[in-house]
Design a protein around this ligand. Structure first.
Ligand code: ATP
Length: 895
């Protein structure tokens, strides 16, 4: 007989287990025998293919083209040094390919390390105690507890189930939830039975217990390895834009290179020289480091975010965060601490201030015994022992209620549980059925609207009376008063029967037992985070399942709403709105959605997207999955979130804290700003490298920079400083600007003008000036020709190269901010940049004064006079840029 065909006790016995779970020693032995409960991930693209791809990117293709051209020239006109150029270019391709490959590898490792911060956990019963263990430690025979939103960690046979529904899509492809029970099945195969849950599926409703019968590769999931590697193939907007930019620069480089090469040849320049010239232009215009820098910037941002308790599951989410315009957030646990305390209780006509007053009032417990029974027994908590102390695991609100009941009525006995209708956000209530000495007791708790309407009697000082309209009004008034204070209000109700009734009818004809008002204080850091959002032009919209008045009170307290009467839309009102009415309603400055169901969160997100907003949304429950997927950035709660929500999200807040979202937005904005800094820096030297070639053809002056020298700037001297700019820390001002427009391009007009026509031209002018400074001092007159190996020419090109590198040392500090003075941004604070500058200066000295490098790059050390010439040039560049920044700052201040 197979495990699904057996009775519960036989199934447990067949796995040599016990209803109270395995012992730790037994579990440890089985772990050794069966190995950890994990399925190796599906192999991605083969390493070799991925490696090969690094050498066929846009930029590499152009460089291959340039190398081929050099080889062709070598064949046509040997002895002109073209072979050396070809080899140099190929070296560049290989080095940058290896670098990108290494980067990609690091990204993968870094993301895997981040994921390891969030291992899948399971509630396991060991020696009759619930322990929260990594799912990897599960072994056959373990008894596990399953609840709504859990991912099933292994193949299990149910031994107890209350309203349990499972989503089997990962195994069968069937997306409709399947109801399950614990009884034996007559089905032939486990997959057809109704008492088996498979690893990789998820619990969408209800809860239960199950005994594990297969782990790791022996599970159904392991066998079919249906591991879909989600989120990875898609190309992010910034990546797309960079790819577009690379394509554009590539085409432009080849086009300009070819035009000038042809032009040079037609106007009488020797063939090999014209080719060298074309290659020089191509090499000068290709910003090789762009993509690896983007990747590095993103990865380092995710690592910084992890330190701020934000876990990125999908790399492009970092960029999307930077352009977020609206954050839709839950209330409980995200804006508030989720540390509940009972603050007020309504029992009959008595309003009691707190638990202490409840305890002090004589006879209260006997008069309202069912009320305390509900507090004690109607919940989804699990009991466990941590360091020898008995503790409850689960919703802090339920813990507060149990503790209240235990404190006030310690003599209340726990009646055996027979059935349970679990809580879900749409029903807003839950019920448990217990066997009592007198028969059956049904305990219900939930939002007053969802409970009081099901009551037709009420408990008043030990007596059960009919519940009339006047009583209902009084209850509603008390509820409003509590909610207005920011308390979360729950109603308690019950029913006692001689025998069990049908499951569908247990929540009818109830006796109203009382109201409880619970306080959940806001997180202290939230008001400041809300203020930061406001400064950053980001709207925050609260979407909560709680009562509108509670939501409004909390919103007021944390400064989310500023007007006295914010627009409050309840779930019911939202249902009555047409899409365009909702779209218009969202224009209100202060808006709160209360008593909203999970599907309505999705509706709000979709409407905001239609309004061209970039939406981040938080969620924790199973029903939040669609909204998390639909939003630009889905944010799951790490503590209160279900596995399903975490699986659907782009990022996870490890401590559920709203303030961390704002920190993450800041990091996202910084990444974009950094890529711009990097781009400016690189484009400036590209102009400086390009101008010598244009001057060569148009003005007939000697070529001031050889292709190999241009390559040496891109690939060695500037590489580390450029990367340094890519990983700058967020500028404090970044959160004082409005979000980036979706239409805004990475390379906008301001950036192009600043890098090409301002800084680029200044640097080019200085480089050309240095070149002529040396030539003139060496007695060169315009029109004079000299061999390329003449010491004077070598020194002059070295002066040009040194000028570019030296100016880039100045430029890196200028690029740290588009508008802020160097005096404000300072010289320190970025270690990579610091090392970059030191390396750059070191390489500059090597280029000048090391014989073998001289030989390699065709350089010759420049003299002190030339250095003295360059020093004021650097100051000149600095002063010009500082003046531009002052003008821009003034213009912005006026605007
Ligand atoms: P948020 O959506 O901001 O996290 P919330 O936690 O109040 O707010 P839900 O979890 O959807 O939202 O709960 C909606 C309502 O259901 C609550 O206001 C409360 O009245 C009731 N409720 C919440 N949890 C339980 C529970 N465990 N048992 C019974 N009723 C509950």
């Amino acid at each position: 007989m197979r495990v699904h065909q057996m009775s519960v006790s036989d199934a447990i016995a067949s796995l040599r287990s016990h209803p109270s779970g395995l012992t730790s020693a037994d579990a440890a032995l089985r772990l050794l025998e069966y190995g950890p409960n994990k399925v190796g991930s599906v192999a991605g693209e083969p390493m070799a293919l991925r490696f090969a791809k690094e050498f066929t990117s846009n930029f590499s293709l152009i460089l291959w083209f340039a190398a081929a051209l050099a080889l062709f020239a070598q064949w046509r006109a040997p002895g002109q040094g073209m072979l050396k150029i070809a080899v140099a270019i190929i070296v560049v391709i290989v080095v940058s390919g290896l670098f990108s490959f290494w980067q990609e590898y690091r990204v993968e490792r870094a993301l895997a390390a981040l994921q390891a911060l969030l291992p899948q956990q399971a509630n396991v019963l060991r020696e009759n105690r619930v322990a929260r263990l990594p799912a990897e430690q599960l072994v056959p025979g373990d008894v596990i507890l399953l609840g709504q939103g859990d991912n099933v960690p292994a193949d299990c046979r149910l031994v107890e189930a209350f309203g349990l529904c499972v989503q089997n899509a990962a195994i069968t492809g069937e997306s409709r939830p399947k109801p399950l029970d614990a009884g034996p099945s007559t089905a032939l195969e486990p997959i057809q039975s109704t008492n088996i849950v498979f690893a990789g599926t998820s619990i969408v409703a209800g809860d239960g217990r199950a005994v594990v019968f297969a782990t790791g590769v022996r599970t159904e999931f392991g066998r079919i390895t249906h591991l879909v590697q989600t989120a990875g193939g898609e190309v992010s907007p910034l990546r797309k834009e960079i790819a577009h930019l690379s394509r554009l620069t590539a085409i432009l480089a080849v086009l300009i290179g070819s035009i000038f090469c042809a032009l040079g040849w037609v106007t009488g320049i020797a063939f090999w020289q014209a080719v060298m010239f074309g290659i020089g232009i191509i090499v000068a215009m290709v910003p090789e480091g762009l993509l690896p820098t983007l990747t590095l910037a993103l990865v380092l941002a995710t690592q910084r975010m992890a330190k701020r308790n934000v876990l990125i599951r999908y790399l492009p989410a970092v960029e999307a965060l930077g352009s977020t315009t609206v954050i839709c957030t839950d209330k409980t646990g995200t804006l508030t601490q989720n540390r509940m305390a009972v603050r007020e209780v309504l029992l009959g006509a008595r309003l009691l201030a707190d638990v202490a007053q409840l305890s002090r009032t004589p006879g209260l417990v006997d008069l309202y015994r069912p009320f305390f029974c509900i507090g004690l027994m109607c919940h989804d908590l699990k009991e466990t022992q941590i360091a020898g102390v008995q503790q409850w695991l689960g919703d802090p609100m339920e813990i507060a209620l149990v503790e209240m009941a235990q404190a006030v009525a310690p003599d209340t006995a726990f009646d055996p549980l027979l059935d349970k209708v679990p809580f879900d956000t749409d029903r807003m209530r839950m019920s448990t059925v217990h066997r009592t000495s007198g028969g059956i007791a049904i305990y219900v708790k939930g939002a007053p609207e969802a409970v009081v309407t099901r009551c037709d009697r009420r408990l008043v000082d030990g007596k059960v009376e009919p519940l009339d309209a006047g009583n209902m009004k009084q209850i509603a008034e008390v509820q409003e008063r509590m909610a207005h204070r920011g308390l979360r209000v729950l109603a308690f109700a019950y029913r006692q029967e001689a025998a069990a009734c049908e499951r569908e009818h247990i929540e009818e004809h109830l006796v109203f037992a009382g109201l409880v008002g619970l306080e959940d204080p806001p997180r202290p850091e939230v008001p400041a985070a809300i203020r930061r959002c406001r400064e950053a032009g980001i709207r925050v919209i609260m979407i909560t399942g709680d009562h509108p008045l509670t939501a409004a009170a909390i919103a007021r307290e944390i400064g989310l709403t500023r007007s006295d009467s914010p627009k409050l839309i309840t779930g019911d009102e939202l249902r009555a709105l047409t899409p365009s009415q909702l779209q218009l309603a969202l224009d209100a400055e202060d808006i709160i959605f209360a008593r909203a169901a999970a599907d309505q969160k999705m509706q709000i997100v979709e409407t905001l997207k239609r309004k061209k907003q970039i939406v981040a949304v938080t969620g924790d429950g199973v029903n939040d999955g669609p909204a998390l997927r639909c939003a630009h950035i889905g944010i799951a709660m790490g503590v209160a979130g279900t596995d399903v929500a975490k699986g659907a999200a782009d990022m996870v807040l490890l401590d559920d804290n709203f303030a961390a979202i704002v920190d993450a937005v800041e990091e996202g904005r910084a990444v974009y700003a950094n890529i711009r800094k990097f781009l400016t820096y690189v484009l400036v030297h590209n102009v400086a490298e390009l101008v010598p070639y244009i001057a060569f053809v148009l003005l007939r002056v000697p070529l001031a920079l050889t292709p190999i020298q241009a390559l040496s700037i891109d690939m060695s001297t500037d590489a580390l400083t450029a990367l340094g700019l890519g990983v700058e820390r967020p500028d404090p001002g970044v959160m004082r600007q409005p979000p980036r427009l979706q239409t805004e391009r990475l390379m906008n007009r301001a950036l192009a003008l600043r890098s090409y026509l301002f800084l680029g031209l200044i640097e080019a002018a200085i480089a050309m000036a240095a070149f002529f400074f040396v030539l003139h001092r060496g007695g060169w007159a315009h029109g004079a020709v000299f061999p390329i190996s003449s010491p004077l020419y070598l020194r002059a090109t070295t002066a040009c190269l040194s000028a570019i590198v030296a100016m880039q040392v100045v430029n890196v500090f200028l690029c740290r901010s588009e508008t802020k003075s160097v005096l404000t941004t300072g010289l320190f604070g970025n270690r990579l940049l610091g090392w970059g500058v030191v390396t750059e200066i070191g390489l500059l000295l090597l280029i000048n004064y090391t014989p073998w490098v001289n030989e390699l790059l065709g350089t010759r050390g420049i003299d002190t006079q030339t250095w003295l010439f360059l020093a004021p040039c650097g100051a000149f560049m600095l002063v010009l840029e500082e003046t531009r920044k002052v003008i821009v700052r003034r213009a912005r201040a006026k605007a």
